[in-house]
Design a protein around this ligand. Structure first.
Ligand code: GLN
Ligand code: ZN
Length: 802
């Protein structure tokens, strides 16, 4: 059967970086926050950026007239955009919304200032909670939905943004975009129940209201002439959202019956009045729609939407034919939106050709996810090794790959023969390049045995460590970093620019370490740290020194809001050419008679915050990193260090979106951590730090890490984790954080006393350590000193009662 709507362009991407090639949006937004510019100026800058981006994408080959360019801009976060669209503002921020219709935004709409206030909080009003977006390092804001939360179509920003580009005020090139929004089902599945919602209320209970508002938006888009709209429904690829598949499918059916079936698209409306909606593309990025819990692809195929985008990088090629697909366009996400390697275009073309058996009305080529997760352009990286550079595809290169594949698919391979040949040459050069496979590294991982991840029994270790360290009950420590002052940052930057010699830089960092050690002694902490002044970032610091990694200059990726990170590129077999941390740590230890704790970042976290290779299983790469760290532990021991902490704040972040894959993931991640630490002698105390408070799915893994001491975030949840660990049979050291380091607030002695007492009641008090929730690098010294002073005082009070 022929597709009855206006065809979706054969080449498209699901989204594009929004922050700007030189982080223009970041700077503009931060200038607005600082009061240096007005909302109108910020709007103008953002409008220019959107126009330039849309034209740039058209220039790269996305059809400017056929909705190939996604309208995926956001000032801060796409989930927050839906909150604004719906006016779904939590009670505490209600004073921010307009009482009456003003201009283009309706009653209940947020101003730009109000929008940012939801994201950043104000006075005693905490912002919306932030959490990780699927299995990425992007963070979205969690909507709070209750039975009375206002929900309507109150903000037509998406329509205005479409119109601005379709009919640009400068009279220049027009671009007909495809507005991209979080879909209604995913929006509600990612929301949490508002604090005042009655027991048993779930955000999904408000589906009809949300869908009604989206229906109004679709009408407005159709009126503005938008041929297509994109609704992202990644909630369909995970079973971690605590809603059974039956309920999710019910919600999807109901939502898309209203949106797709009840409203007429352009084609059906011919002769029957104007279109009531654009054609709808539903996307399902980040994973496989099909799993043991249900078939999300069949579900979507059964709706009346015009196109479905599937992720063929994480997901398998579905077999068919699939009823319902014959009237739809299948957007095949064969180009990886979440990693930075050039694709093997020949293989991808074969995948695309194999889709013909599904019986789709048409096949279009797309990215597996939005390109939000990759930097803009490889051409911006003058300092990368040319060989490595030729293997990489950032957002712009990926757009070109999509365009090539679409041409190959529609016009045959010969039409793109040269590009295919070039891609094949790249694949070959990469597989044969020195450093990609290093025989010594491979031999070492191949020779590993189960004994390499075993240490002596805990009781033996605990006795040997106590004999060596003689720690008091409830030992106090910190998580590693001390405040990174402007002075420290300036010094590091000057050294990177070559304005400071190595000797000058080392002297400056040593001075910093000396003052941090002196401070900790004065405060009376038991296990000291060197303070990490030399680290720009807990992953990049290691990536810069290990073989197998490269770092970029402009490779920024949005992490949340205006915050961007530059993930290192892990391209080859990993090894450690020289010690990484020993000099700094040993220097700190030389200044005190107290134990100093060495600080390493664990293998899982190093992988989670890097672009990882796609030619080796993640578990194998993790083992390589683990062995490099294991050698570092040995060197620290040789330098006399008796306590080593290996941080794994990202252990939970890499947890697969499907439960069926958890056992395998936890198996290799826990093993690689143990591999990094199990070389330590019995008398060396191994710490780890995990940086989140919801442990549900990884509680067993925490025990499996076999660390002598585990510190965790716990202050906000009031030590909840301690009884949970005790119930699960955990019996080693535990340092539940006693104050939140995300704010400058100083905890009182009473407050800390109460939390320490609580922890000591929930588990054998001999296991309890006292420490903050996390590192102190984002804090200032004033509050840090006071907070730690109170921490030590409170510990002394509780000790007296033991
Ligand atoms: N050791 C690191 C620090 O203190 C840990 C950071 C983290 O958990 N994210 O900064
Ligand atoms: Zn932390």
């Amino acid at each position: 059967m022929a597709v009855t709507h206006s065809h979706l362009s054969p080449a498209t991407v699901l989204g594009y970086p929004r922050i700007g090639r030189r982080r223009e949006l970041k700077r503009a937004v931060e200038a607005f926050w600082a009061g240096r510019t007005t909302a109108a100026e910020l709007e103008a800058t953002a409008g220019d950026l959107r126009l330039a981006t849309a034209r740039h994408l058209a220039g790269l080959g996305l059809d400017a007239g056929a909705a190939a360019v996604p309208g995926s801009f956001s000032f801060y976060d796409q989930v927050l955009d839906s909150v604004a669209l719906l006016g779904a503002v939590p009670e505490r921020f209600r004073d921010l919304v307009s009482g009456a219709s003003t201009g283009t935004t309706g009653t209940g709409a947020l101003s730009l200032e109000g929008y940012f206030t939801l994201a950043r909080g104000e006075g005693d009003k905490p912002p919306l909670e932030m959490t990780k977006w699927f299995d990425t390092n992007y963070h979205y804001l969690v909507p709070e939905i209750g039975p009375d939360t206002p929900i309507g179509f109150v903000d037509d920003r998406a329509v205005r943004e479409f119109t601005e580009l379709a009919r640009p005020a400068d009279g220049g090139q027009a671009v007909v975009t495809r507005p991209a929004l979080v879909g209604p089902v995913t929006f509600l599945l990612l929301s949490k129940a508002a604090d005042n919602a009655p027991d048993g209320f779930r955000p999904l209970d408000r589906l009809d209201d949300v869908v009604a508002a989206y229906a109004e938006l679709l009408r407005a888009l159709a009126d503005a002439g938008a041929p297509w709209v994109q609704l992202d429904e990644p909630a369909l690829v995970t079973d971690l959202l605590d809603t059974p598949f039956d309920e999710v499918s019910d919600a999807v059916r109901r939502a898309y019956a209203r949106l797709a079936t009840d409203l007429s698209p352009a084609s059906r409306a011919e002769g029957a009045g104007p279109a009531e909606r654009p054609a709808i593309l539903v996307t399902a990025p980040y994973g496989d729609l099909r799993s043991e819990v249900g078939d999300g692809l069949a579900l979507l195929a059964g709706t009346d939407v015009e196109a479905i985008a599937i992720d063929l990088v994480k997901g398998a090629v579905p077999d068919g034919p699939l009823p319902g697909l014959e009237t739809k366009t299948l957007v095949a996400g064969v180009i990886d939106g979440h990693n930075i390697w050039r694709a093997d275009l020949d293989a991808r073309l074969t995948t695309l050709e194999s889709l013909s058996g599904l019986g789709a009305g048409a096949v279009a080529v797309g990215t597996s996810t939005s390109l939000l997760h990759v930097p803009h352009d490889v051409a911006d990286e003058p300092r990368l090794d040319p060989g490595l550079k030729s293997w990489l595809a950032f957002a712009d290169q990926k757009v070109a790959e999509v365009v090539t594949l679409a041409t190959g698919l529609t016009q045959g391979r010969t039409a793109v023969a040269d590009t295919l040949a070039e891609s094949a040459a790249v694949v070959r050069s990469r597989s044969q390049a020195p450093g990609v496979v290093v025989p010594e590294v491979r031999d070492r991982t191949a020779a590993l045995t189960p004994a390499d991840v075993e240490r002596a029994p805990y009781a033996e270790r605990a006795a040997a460590q106590q004999a060596r360290l003689s720690l008091p009950p409830l030992p106090t420590t910190t998580i590693g970093s001390f405040p990174q002052t402007a002075e420290i940052r300036r010094t590091r930057a000057a050294w990177v620019r070559g304005e400071l010699s190595d000797a000058e830089y080392t002297a400056a960092m040593r001075a910093e370490i000396a003052s941090t050690v002196a401070l900790q002694e004065e405060l009376g902490l038991d296990v000291l740290v060197h303070g990490e002044p030399e680290r720009n970032d807990m992953v990049q610091y290691f990536a810069e020194q290990l073989d197998g990694f490269a770092t970029t200059v402009h490779g920024w990726v949005q992490s949340y809001g205006s915050r961007c990170v530059r993930p290192p590129i892990l391209w080859g077999d990993v090894s450690r050419p020289a010690p990484l941390t020993v000099d700094w740590t040993a220097y700190a230890a030389s200044l005190t008679s107290k134990p100093v704790k060495g600080m390493l970042t664990g293998p899982v976290t190093i992988l989670a915050w890097s672009f990882v290779r796609d030619d080796l299983p993640l578990g194998d790469t993790a083992d390589q990193v683990a062995l490099a760290l294991r050698d570092e532990v040995t060197d620290l021991e040789e330098a006399g260090i008796g306590v080593v902490q290996v941080d794994e704040p990202a252990l939970r972040e890499l947890l697969p979106l499907r439960r069926s894959a958890h056992a395998d993931y936890l198996d290799w991640s826990v093993r690689s951590f143990r591999l990094s630490t199990a070389g330590a002698g019995t008398a060396t105390q191994v710490h780890t730090h995990l940086c989140y408070s919801e442990f549900g799915q990884v509680i067993g893994a925490i025990d499996g890490l076999d660390a002598d001491v585990t510190s965790v975030e716990a202050a906000r949840s009031r030590m909840e984790i301690v009884p949970e660990l005790a119930d699960a049979g955990y019996g080693r050291g535990i340092g539940p954080g006693v104050y939140d380091i995300h704010s400058p607030r100083v905890p009182s002695v009473e407050e800390v006393t109460e939390l320490v007492t609580l922890a000591a009641k929930s588990i054998d008090p001999r296991l309890v350590w006292v420490n903050p929730d996390c590192g102190l690098k984002t804090r200032a010294y004033a509050e840090t000193k006071e907070s730690l002073r109170n921490l030590v005082r409170a510990t002394e009070e509780v000790r007296a009662t033991l």
